[in-house]
Design a binder for this molecule. Structure first.
Ligand SMILES: [Zn+2]
Length: 221
């Protein structure tokens, strides 16, 4: 096995009080509970935010099941298998696009990726304003989700707030991906990434009772 790589490309969005968040969701906020200036010992903070702010992975319980403490749910962020979040990945460049990503647009490129690559990231934006929620974003059409499942992909990601359109009521893409056992990453930053094959590392934190988790997503080249 060869563990060497030349470059780490950070594909995570910055998270702070200015970070855009989905309408109705809870933005990042922070309280300083102890300051170094006053204590002369340490800085300490407490934070409040939706786990969907910034680059994150949704867990299956986001779209089904129960979050009640005694439901013994195995589909929370902390209980997800990590295997899909580490490994070879293809980046497909569709930028700039605000359209839905239909199977007809990506079929040939998906079939052309190396046999061993079972993860794909769709780049749809050359510019991203991290502070503004844009309703007009690219998303994954459910026929593409079906195709990814049929081709044996285990992870898909994109650089917009959701794999479904904001006006989708059924979240059909979320559900098709989950039915095929895929996991997905949202709010990536792929501006500096060229189309090609890389090695992805994007691990969700071990939040045992949450329906999503922030990830620090990187590509190794
Ligand atoms: Zn999400």
């Amino acid at each position: 096995m060869n563990f060497s790589f030349e470059k780490i490309i950070d594909i995570s969005q910055p998270v702070d009080e200015k970070s855009a968040c989905f309408p109705g969701d809870t933005p990042f906020s922070r309280k300083v509970t102890l300051s170094y200036e006053s204590s002369k010992i340490i800085n300490l903070t407490a934070l409040t935010m939706s786990p969907h702010v910034g680059t994150h992975a949704d867990a299956p319980v986001h779209i089904k099941g129960s979050l009640s403490p005694n439901s013994s749910n195995d589909t929370t962020a902390g209980a997800m298998s990590l295997a899909a979040f580490i490994g070879p990945v293809a980046v497909i460049d569709l930028a700039p696009s605000k359209a839905g990503i239909a199977a007809s647009m990506v079929k040939e490129k998906l079939k052309a990726v190396s046999e061993r690559v079972k993860r794909v990231l769709f780049k749809t934006a050359d510019t991203i304003n991290f502070e503004v929620f844009e309703e007009d974003y690219s998303y994954i059409e459910s026929d593409t989700a079906e195709l990814l499942g049929q081709l044996g992909f285990v992870l898909v990601g994109l650089d917009t707030p959701s794999v479904d359109h904001i006006r989708s009521k059924e979240l059909s893409t979320h559900n098709v991906l989950d039915r095929h056992g895929l996991v997905w990453l949202e709010n990536l930053d792929l501006r500096a990434v060229e189309e090609g094959e890389y090695f992805l590392v994007a691990l969700p934190l071990k939040f045992m009772d949450l329906e999503a988790s922030p990830v620090r997503a990187v590509l190794l080249k």
